[in-house]
Design a protein around this ligand. Structure first.
Ligand code: HPA
Length: 280
């Protein structure tokens, strides 16, 4: 029978096995990990001579199951920085274990990566946000979702009760805002509400989220930001608004729309992320 200490130890060993396998495939430790949101895969085209590591070559790594999410790491240079691109993320709605969802960020922590840049597709709640808008996530609301840090704590990574006052690093946020201004890209700022999905929200849920102070809504990022910041990484997160949230426009929501708007508006996101990397 396993006890909590051996659970934590075996999870840490799983993370370290994945990190070791990556280390054997790449030259330099990445400066930054970038998580690609739905439809934002084109950032990967900017990488020069990437080393591709599919998840199925990493011991203990789950497979992705979502259309628009590939399931591989790409390592290489983007502008001035050595980056790890995560193409294919894990979501709670896939029925995965919390530790599986946290695994990619924890693997990056153990590799020595210090900064995480996360992108996602999100529904706009704030009326200033329409499809194609970009929103810098200043903070999140995810009270109703079980934490990705649930279960035996991995003390080697971080504390049992981590402070959440600044999980979105203020200095990275300032760099992003400055960079957006320089590139003449409109970057909104707001609060991201995390809903577990896979169903989109109801109009009543969106009205409730609006009253709670949310500007956008999505099904990712929060678990990864928690895992990254727990492991000591600094995080920056940007939402690409792909649709009006439920009830705000008359149109029904679809994953296809999310992917298409993601693709159409990816160019600005890519410019912004590249610019931010150069200014880190
Ligand atoms: N809700 C939840 N997740 C999303 C949405 C949405 O409206 N759009 C893109 N991801």
């Amino acid at each position: 029978m396993m006890n909590k200490t051996t659970d934590a130890r075996s999870e840490l060993e799983r993370i370290d096995r994945a990190a070791d396998a990556i280390r054997q495939s790449i030259g330099n430790t990445p400066d930054v990990v970038i998580v690609l949101g739905s439809g934002l895969g084109s950032i990967a085209d900017q990488l020069e001579n990437p080393v591709v590591v599919p998840y199925d070559q990493l011991p203990g790594f789950p497979r992705t199951t979502v259309a628009g999410h590939r399931g591989e790491w790409l390592f290489g240079r983007l502008g001035q920085r050595q980056v790890a691109l995560q193409s294919g993320r894990f979501h709670d709605y896939e029925g995965l274990d919390m530790n599986d969802i946290a695994l990619p960020m924890r693997t990056m922590c153990r590799l020595g990566v210090k900064t995480a840049v996360l992108t996602n597709a999100a529904g706009g709640i704030n009326r200033d946000l329409s499809p194609g808008s970009l929103m810098l996530i200043r903070d999140h609301i995810g009270l109703w979702a079980p934490s990705v840090l649930r279960g035996p704590n991995l003390d080697d990574l971080g504390p049992r009760f981590p402070d959440q006052s600044s999980v979105y690093d203020p200095s990275l946020a300032e760099i992003a805002l400055l960079c957006a201004r320089e590139l003449d890209i409109q970057l909104h700022e707001g609060i991201y509400a995390y809903c577990r999905g896979p169903q989109f929200e109801t109009p009543a849920e969106i009205r409730a989220l609006e009253r709670l102070g949310a500007d956008a809504v999505g099904m990712s990022t929060v678990p990864e930001v928690l895992a990254a910041s727990h492991g000591g990484m600094k995080a920056l997160a940007i939402s690409l608004i792909t649709n009006h949230a439920a009830g705000i426009s008359k149109q029904p929501l679809s994953h296809q729309e999310v992917l298409e708007t993601g693709k159409k508006s990816a160019q600005n996101t890519v410019r912004l992320i590249s610019g931010i990397l150069d200014r880190l």
